[in-house]
Design a protein around this ligand. Sequence first.
Ligand SMILES: [Zn+2]
Length: 260
Amino acid sequence: MPEGDTVWRTARSLDQALSGSTLTGVNFRVPELATVDLTGQMINETLARGKHLLTRIGTDHTLHTHLKMEGAWHLYRPESPWRRPRHEARVVLRTPRWNAVGFALGVVELLARDDEHSAVGHLGPDLLGPDWDPAEAVRRLLAAPDRPLVEALLDQRNLAGLGNLYVNELCFLSGAHPRSRVGDLPDLTRLVHRAAALLRANRERTEQATTGDTRRGHTTWVYRRERAACRRCGTRIEVAMTGPAGRERATYWCPACQPA
Ligand SMILES: [Zn+2]
């Protein structure tokens, strides 16, 4: 699942390529929008809110998309071949210089501009947003002090932008077991600041690293390292499925560095 830094970079790419251009064609490959035609309207901007993308078109419309698990936006010159199968395309925005193709998007919906809050109004402070508010993120996290740390950090209503990779890494960096109560963490403020620093450090690069080492196989402390030796103490990293039924995720931790 893409993390907030990936979505931020996607928004910047779309914004730089498309903003100020007039749509020469639009294809929505989702049934509800199949008859919508925005040809002739100008793309004003694309911005990220947490892991949501908002592309503002004309004076009245906002295209809301979300990458969810497998989604991606690609930019192509009009004559260039696509790098993913055509049947995965959910929306195509055509401009004179670029075609933007959204593949396998988890959400594609067209909102009225003044209704954007219906898509993103529930989000907590945006880790990469201009209005990032760490104190508010801490306040929201502590409003439900009994929740497992890993679940509280993944809940975009508390703070927006973290996915499973960063959440697992933040638990390790804080020495906290992922299932510990969020209210028991001695310094939640430090964790929240660290979360923002990690996303900021990674938003300019395609290889995400929480260790400071972007070499393949060296990028994480615990994420996707089950049965490997902890980089700090040598203990075997453990993995378990956690979270509510139907939305379980793999959670990784070092039992020595992150005691229960
Ligand atoms: Zn360890």
